[in-house]
Design a protein. Structure first.
Length: 253
């Protein structure tokens, strides 16, 4: 049976914070890893311009909704995929601005079949409402994401979901139980921390330090994980973001 291997990256690229300090590091990361599919969170027009220039062999979603330029977008290698359709669904994080469940259905040229790719950026653990109530909005957000993935995904197509889930526990557990398994769990690996990167994150001395895996990449049973990693990539003294990316290789049959 014919199979295709693809590399996939999810990356929260930290809006435009300390942009001049780290832009070259982000550029070099993309040049070195050059993923076949790239999902982004905290995208901004300045970073989108850079990524468009660094990845000329890729295409991305073009849409008038401002979330595709100011929050997230999906890039894919044009030699491997064609866009079929795309959308942005409200899953309960719309109050964070233009955050949605962003998705694109791509035709896998070599296999003559579609696959679904989706990304989201869930509410941060330090949101004032969560601090006041003790209730995590990410549980409800993840449940709605699962519902949308099940609605959008066809029975026989690979489905990928990834992003900054801002939680090492509940979102990956809920996704796993719904059949969307992380690239690390699929390989029996301990997921490394993805947040925060030091010293690029520039956390003031004495501030609480967060070190946890909050960035996740999951897929259904129609995509087989072959490798998974959190590349701690630096250029000179700068990391590309305050998050580390998640990088995985999958096989599609």
């Amino acid at each position: 049976m014919h199979a295709l291997r693809i590399s996939v990256v999810t990356y929260n690229i930290w809006a435009d914070h300390r942009w001049d300090f780290r832009r070259k590091a982000l550029q070099r990361f993309l040049e070195v890893f050059d993923p076949d599919v790239l999902c982004l969170q905290e995208l901004r027009p300045v970073s989108r311009e850079l990524i468009d220039a660094v990845l000329p062999a890729h295409r991305r979603v073009h849409d008038g909704f401002s979330g595709w330029s100011g929050q997230s977008n999906i890039y894919w290698r044009h030699a491997l995929f064609d866009e079929i359709e795309h959308g942005a669904e409200d899953v309960g994080i719309a109050y964070e601005g233009d955050r949605r469940l962003f998705w694109a259905r791509l035709q896998v040229k070599a296999l003559g079949r579609p696959m679904l790719v989706a990304t989201a950026h869930l509410t941060h653990q330090r949101h004032p409402d969560e601090s006041a109530t003790g209730h995590s909005p990410r549980v409800g957000q993840t449940r709605r994401i699962v519902e949308e993935l099940q609605r959008l995904g066809n029975d026989s197509e690979p489905v990928f979901f990834m992003g900054d889930l801002n939680d090492p526990v509940h979102p990956p557990s809920l996704l796993h139980r719904a059949g969307y398994v992380s690239c690390f769990a699929a390989l029996g690996l301990q997921p490394p921390s993805t947040f925060k990167t030091y010293p690029t994150a520039n956390v003031p001395f004495g501030e609480p330090v967060m070190t946890q895996c909050v960035d996740w990449l999951v897929a259904n049973a129609h995509a087989r994980a072959l490798s998974a990693a959190v590349p701690q990539f630096f250029l000179e003294d700068a990391a590309p973001s305050d998050h580390w990316p998640v990088h995985a290789v999958y096989e599609l049959q």
